[in-house]
Design a binder for this molecule. Structure first.
Ligand code: NCD
Length: 325
């Protein structure tokens, strides 16, 4: 242990009775506002520790499996970075085609094998509910890193952490989400998480990519004012946060449908002409043209900072489920 870790003011310690010890993270529906406060408090401490000492041995000797059945850059790399910053190590399985999955192994069997070698498994899978299924069979915590068009809870946590770090609070904000709201799992998770707060939500999408009615109903049941639009110009001036998403090409059955909608929105300086000075522009990334690079140097562009926040949030989650926070 580094000297800094014996600091009694830090919330780190071996707390096997900690509420998140051994738990899987499958959906944002698991979290209350108090949980979020706790997670973000730990993430904040993680940020300070990284800035102060870089790497420290909180999870020394622990092993994470990154099991990715779909492509990933940020999620897999930030979980790896998070684990290694905490002194743990990682077994990366990014190319399932080179693993026994290609021989037809079932998800439960793959999970039951990999948990023999590890303490926690991060899973990305194309099917909705895959992480919940994995968790039924696993003895070790499963962290959902995206299950098809279902949820992406750790992304939503880092998105919310970004909003709090950048805006100072959540209550009272108007948040506008734009793009592929039907297939975008990050939007599904983030809108549910935001419904714990006093926010107004605008959803801007082409007709065929509207947010699923089931999620709209969930939000309305919680008393969240929700407005849907086809064009951004109706919503931009009142927005505190503009959250842009990619049209999810891989989810389309008919490639022509993708071709018809792929270029619907391109956010550039002109699109932000009537936006607030203190708007923040977010994107889970990767972007494929929907935010013009001309905005990258605009201080309102938060998408690269958002990625960095992700590592601190994932450090917090790993420490929590492994009983060290
Ligand atoms: C997102 C995802 O995989 O859902 N990416 C990410 O994790 N940062 C968004 C996307 O792929 O469009």
């Amino acid at each position: 242990m580094t000297k800094a870790l014996s600091n009694p003011h830090l919330p780190f310690g071996d707390q096997r009775s900690a509420p998140w010890y051994g738990k899987s993270i499958l959906t944002v529906k698991q979290f209350s506002q108090d949980d979020l406060k706790y997670i973000f408090g730990v993430a904040h401490e993680m940020r300070e520790m990284v800035e102060r000492v870089g790497t420290f041995d909180l999870l020394k000797g622990k092993i994470l499996v990154n099991l990715f059945y779909e492509p990933s850059t940020r999620t897999s790399a930030s979980f790896t970075a998070a684990m290694e910053r905490l002194g743990g190590s990682v077994i990366p399985i990014n190319e399932v085609k080179y693993s026994s999955v290609a021989k037809g192994e079932s998800l439960p069997d793959t999970i039951r094998s990999l948990e023999c070698y590890s303490d926690v498994i991060v899973l990305r899978h194309p099917e909705v509910g895959a992480s919940a299924l994995a968790a039924q069979y696993a003895r070790k915590p499963i962290i959902n890193a995206g299950d098809g068009i279902g949820e992406h809870p750790t992304q939503a946590l880092l998105d919310l952490f970004t909003i709090i770090e950048e805006k100072g609070n959540v209550d009272g904000l108007t948040i506008t989400m734009l793009g592929d709201l039907k297939n975008g799992r990050t939007v599904h998770s983030l809108s549910r998480l935001l419904s714990l707060y006093d926010v107004k939500l605008n959803f801007v999408s082409p007709e065929i990519l509207r947010l699923p009615g089931e999620i709209i109903s969930e939000l309305e049941d919680k008393g969240i004012p929700v407005q849907e639009y086809a064009l951004l110009d109706k919503a931009i001036s009142e927005s505190d946060v503009l959250y842009v998403t990619r049209v999810q090409k891989e989810r389309f059955e008919d490639p022509q449908d993708y071709e018809n909608v792929k270029g619907t929105y391109i956010i550039n300086s002109q699109s932000l002409a009537s936006a607030r000075e203190d708007l923040i522009l977010m994107h889970p990334l990767p972007r494929v043209g929907e935010i013009s690079m001309e905005l990258d140097d605009d201080p309102r562009a938060a998408y690269f900072r958002q990625m960095e926040y992700g590592m601190y949030v994932r450090m917090a989650l790993l420490a929590m489920v492994l009983g060290k926070a």
